[in-house]
Design a protein around this ligand. Structure first.
Ligand code: 4AD
Ligand code: MG
Length: 477
């Protein structure tokens, strides 16, 4: 007989049918009720055992975490909370789980504890719900771009360029670290390295995506990116996934329209397709917040918040307007910000972004036209000569979720910028070529996938929305 998934069985009418199901024991009560889960859904199927029919040794192996194959009859459930249950005829133990040592017992575990058990935590309700929502979001992202005329483009993972110019890269090398070849100046000679030059893991696929947009029109990447920034925060990972659409002939306004429509669309998708998981995550969050002071609790429950974002316009504000708001804000005047805002030109910290979104506008905000000095070299200079066509999307509880811009398409302006930043033009020869041959207005943005998953699931730490997080001092598993 072919096994059914728990999800299928729970949707099946109780027709006294013979069924088979494989899964892991969540709980085993009174030597009679096995709650079995296989990851296909948050819900368990109840399997009712007549213990007199089974030998004691077998029953002993049915502990939380054990993997079983159960065969029996699907009948109308006598208990509450489910329509159907299985009257068990046969039990095969794929593998047991000794309750003395199996860490995931049916009780509340802290998220910190579960991070240490990242290989097993997906067997909890919280992590299975988060990971199903994560998977649904990834699918919705591909679906959105596919339906809107974009091609999925694969940017290289190993690269010779630092797209963001922040110098926070992980080196890729095959040189002997104890005895590297040296050049005549005593420096490591990367000509001898695998690629004949210094290479790193990519921080962004944007530069390469630009090349492809200038031929395929509309492309997007969705892949891992790597940043060696030593930020031990609940919003930063050293390895995270980024979605980067890049569009020829789009200006900044079209870029903002796309970003907003895209985010709303994927949120709508999970509202429609992940109802049970979202309800569970909403309840989890409400329980967690009960112990917090009123002021720190969310104003909206999770599903309401997602609906709000999907249905309302994002507020578009220039950097200059935002600075004025921040300068005159209560926390700034009362010196409550860790980084006080005095001057135009200051870089915004997450405390400022969150003030704008959570306290001032109370909705997602798109900030645009930032000072050139605090943004990357490739952004298009405005006529004022001091701001660039950058845009960041700021979300409640998260801060920056998207960073993007209209790109500098004018060869001479880009060259000046590169020279001013002391970047070697030779390293970007191919990027400059794009401005020599058929250049055109174009734009794009990067959405941090884990930040989106954080928002969508109401989780508080980015380490809990990626299967195996990579952070400073942590690359276990
Ligand atoms: O703002 P960023 O650095 O923009 C870029 O990399 C552009 N090249 C994107 C583009 O225009 N194609 O990063 C984009 C987004 C951020 O808004 C944030 O959501 C996420 O990537 N991000 C991180 N997420 C997790 N951990 C980190 N260390 C992150 N750094 C950036
Ligand atoms: Mg950014």
């Amino acid at each position: 007989m072919k096994s059914s998934s728990v999800k299928e069985l729970l949707l099946t009418a109780p027709a006294l049918k013979e069924v088979q199901v494989d899964g892991w024991v969540k709980t085993f009560r009174s030597n009679r009720f096995i709650a079995l889960n296989d990851g296909s859904t948050l819900n368990n199927i109840q399997c009712v055992v007549d213990f007199e029919q089974f030998n004691e040794n077998l029953l002993k192996q049915i502990a939380t975490g054990a993997a079983l194959r159960i065969t029996g009859t699907l009948v109308e459930s006598q208990g509450r909370g489910q329509n159907v249950e299985i009257r068990v005829k046969e039990i095969f133990v794929h593998g047991g789980a000794d309750p003395e040592v199996y860490p995931i017992q049916p009780k509340k575990h802290s998220l910190e504890f579960l991070r240490e058990k990242a290989h097993l935590r997906v067997r909890t309700n919280t992590f299975s719900a988060v990971m199903r929502v994560r998977s649904a979001l990834a699918f919705a992202i591909h679906k959105y771009f596919n339906e809107n005329g974009f091609y999925y483009f694969h940017a290289p993972i190993i690269t010779g360029s630092d797209a963001e110019g922040a110098g926070e890269m992980f080196r890729v090398t095959t040189l002997d670290d104890k005895n590297p070849p040296l050049d005549e100046n005593g420096q490591v000679d990367f000509k001898e390295d695998f690629f004949g030059k210094e290479t790193n893991l990519t921080v962004s696929g944007q530069l390469e995506a630009e090349a492809y947009a200038m031929g395929l029109g509309k492309v997007y990447t969705f892949g891992p990116t790597f940043r060696a920034e030593n930020s031990n925060t609940s919003r930063h990972l050293a390895e995270f996934w980024m979605i980067e659409p890049e569009m020829a002939f789009y200006d900044l306004d079209a870029n903002m329209d796309l970003a907003e429509d895209f985010i709303k669309s994927v949120i709508r998708y999970i509202l429609e397709n992940c109802k049970e998981d979202l309800q569970f995550l909403e309840k989890r969050l409400l329980d967690e917040e009960k112990v917090k002071p009123q002021a720190e609790r969310s104003e909206m429950a999770l599903i309401e918040k997602l609906g709000f974002v999907a249905d309302n316009g994002f507020k578009r504000v220039t950097y200059t307007e935002a600075i004025n708001i921040l300068r005159n804000s209560k926390p700034n005047k009362k010196k409550k910000f860790q980084y006080p805002i005095d001057e135009w030109g200051a870089d915004l910290q997450s405390e400022h972004e969150r003030y704008l979104v959570e306290k001032h506008f109370k909705c997602p905000v798109i900030l645009f036209d930032y000072p050139a000095d605090i943004k990357a070299f490739y952004m298009r200079l405005n006529e004022d000569g001091k701001t660039v066509r950058a845009m960041d999307i700021l979300f409640p509880g998260i801060g920056e979720i998207v960073g993007g811009s209209q790109r500098e398409e004018r060869l001479d302006v880009l060259r000046e910028k590169i020279a001013a930043l002391d970047i070697d033009e030779k390293e970007l020869w191919w990027y400059l070529d794009l401005r020599k041959f058929g250049t055109a207005v174009h734009s794009g943005f990067g959405l941090g996938f884990e930040r989106l998953v954080l928002f969508a699931t109401g989780m508080g730490n980015i380490r809990d929305v990626i299967p195996f997080p990579r952070t400073p001092q942590n690359a276990e598993f």
